[in-house]
Design a protein around this ligand. Structure first.
Ligand SMILES: [Zn+2]
Length: 226
């Protein structure tokens, strides 16, 4: 089930769609919004008659600030929530390795035209403000859970190297993170300019599509029902 996070941003609002999955013993949240966004997340859960106190598990699909930014704050307020991420992404979440989006932004900054340099500087500043979060457990591609009636972790690299998605074993849903977005009623690549490996991201998108899932729940763009 997707939540609707309506996030104020320059010039308006942005909608993000973290997902919630029910397991027999667990209530799983997939991705959690920007730094400072915990009250919005709590409200979005309440709109679904759920409370953050019930959440047992937070799965982070990848290291971008719009997905993990709220994780440290969430873990501080709700310490029993277990944070899970892929083996490849984990060191970027904990700060053991430098965030790859920040590295990309700093590299781009050098060749930005003068008029865009201030925007670039602000973007880098924003990324540096993300607090590290230490995953409590690691997820492996192919690992299965009872969440959502049975699902598996899919490796969908490209946007970032360790990006993961979650597929229902009966293909009733797919949680895509940023491996796919909904654009004009179709699945598309999330901002190709941000893909750290574009060819790999294209392969991951095709991989997601081939399951012909009933619903693709995308963090950006919402849900596509087939
Ligand atoms: Zn994103």
């Amino acid at each position: 089930m997707p939540l609707d996070l309506c996030v104020p941003c320059a010039g308006g609002t942005q909608h993000l769609y973290p997902a919630v999955l029910f397991g027999e013993q667990e209530l799983v949240l997939v991705d959690c919004g920007y730094p400072g966004g915990l009250p919005l997340l709590e409200e979005a859960l309440e709109a679904r008659n759920l409370r953050m106190e019930e959440v047992t598990t937070l799965v982070l699909t990848h290291q971008d600030d719009d997905h993990i930014g709220g994780a440290a704050e969430l873990k501080a307020k709700y310490p029993r929530v277990q944070v899970l991420a892929s083996l490849v992404e984990a060191p970027y979440l904990s700060g053991e390795r430098k965030n790859l989006r920040l590295r990309q932004a700093e590299d781009l900054q050098k060749c930005l035209p003068e008029g865009q340099k201030e925007f670039g500087r602000q973007f880098c500043r924003r990324l540096r403000m993300v607090k590290p979060v230490f995953p409590d457990g690691l997820l492996c591609p192919g690992e299965t859970f009872d969440w959502g009636g049975g699902c598996e972790i899919l490796s969908t690299p490209g946007h970032t190297p360790g990006h993961i998605s979650i597929r229902a074993l009966d293909n009733t849903f797919m949680i895509t993170g940023d491996a796919a977005v909904v654009e004009n009623g179709e699945l598309a690549l999330a901002n190709p300019g941000f893909c750290l490996d574009l060819a790999e991201a294209e392969r991951s998108l095709e991989h997601l599509k081939k399951y012909h899932c009933g619903r693709y729940i995308c963090y950006h763009g919402g849900t596509l029902c087939l």
